[in-house]
Design a protein around this ligand. Structure first.
Ligand SMILES: [Cu+2]
Length: 290
């Protein structure tokens, strides 16, 4: 959930610069699709595709979907993620609360949304990976853009839950309390990581390439500065972003990025800190892709 906040402008500098220069996030779509076709015949891991447009999200492959792990492939400009709501709270409530928070930094609305919503992950357009539907129920695809929340038709996920192993991964990126990051400090430039949230707040992964030798202190100082100006000299074009995971959830993410140094950040707003994005509280970690 990428909620605009007071600090959004600063964050947008990083993202816009990165995205404008080079949409480097090239998930291995062809290979992934071929692999998935083979796998689905044998192990019946469902394959979902989600297309994000300006007005809606069209998900295919969700007929007869059972709880458990599913492959996900996303197309479109933005991030598609999936949420399930507590009884008495629905997609209209969620949309209203998130938009209220986005427009007016309404922390009560943010807290209400978080209390009633479990976000199970998602991917940016061009991305592929796996997400886990933890139990039978209704799951709604959503995307948060500059103009607020876009949603698609709610999926009905049936039981019983299929047992499905985590696919082989090259390493983990772990969201922790603090807020802080754990997991791998080295990953291959092309591969698959598992993103796990072991914290008591939602997190997402934003990876941004930086000049070798850049420190988290430099990035933090930039994020915290309110100054307009040219992008910092350490900012390099490549980046990628995942959807959000609520506490206890995990997903896998396929990626293919230029080798180099990256800062891993999370910009999820902290309701206990007036909606401050976690990165500004120091949720920054350097990772080397080689
Ligand atoms: Cu976070």
């Amino acid at each position: 959930m990428h909620v605009p906040t007071g600090m959004r402008r600063v964050v947008a500098v990083v993202c816009a610069t990165a995205l404008a220069s080079s949409p480097v996030l090239l998930a291995p779509t062809t290979a992934g699709a071929a692999g998935a076709a083979t796998t689905s015949a044998r192990a019946a891991t469902p394959h979902l595709s989600a297309l994000l447009t300006k007005k809606t999200i069209v998900v295919k492959g969700a007929d007869d979907l059972k709880a458990g792990r599913a492959h996900l492939e996303v197309r479109g400009r933005g991030i598609v993620e999936f949420a399930t709501f507590k009884a008495g709270y629905d997609v209209a409530d969620f949309t209203a609360d998130v938009n209220k928070f986005g427009a007016k930094n309404d922390i009560k609305a943010l807290k209400r949304a978080l209390k009633n919503t479990t976000i199970i992950g998602g991917l940016a357009g061009g991305g592929s990976g796996t997400i886990v539907f933890p139990k039978p129920g209704a799951y709604t695809p959503f995307s948060l853009g500059d103009r607020g929340v876009v949603t698609g038709k709610t999926l009905v996920v049936a039981g019983p839950k299929r047992s499905s192993k985590t696919p082989r991964t090259d390493g983990s990126i772990i969201g922790k309390n603090g807020p802080a990051w754990g997991g791998a400090s080295q990953l291959p430039a092309k591969g698959r990581f598992e993103f796990k949230n072991k914290a008591d707040q939602p997190h997402f992964v934003a990876m941004q390439q930086v000049q070798p030798g850049t420190t988290t202190d430099q990035v933090l100082a930039f994020l915290q500065s309110e100054e307009e100006g040219p992008p910092p000299s350490w900012l390099l074009p490549a980046s990628m972003e995942t959807g959000t995971l609520s506490p206890g959830r995990s997903m896998t993410v396929d990626y293919d990025l230029p080798a180099g140094q990256y800062v891993v950040m999370c910009f999820f707003p902290d309701p206990k800190m007036g909606g401050m994005p976690h990165a500004l509280m120091g949720m920054l970690r350097m990772v080397t892709l080689s």
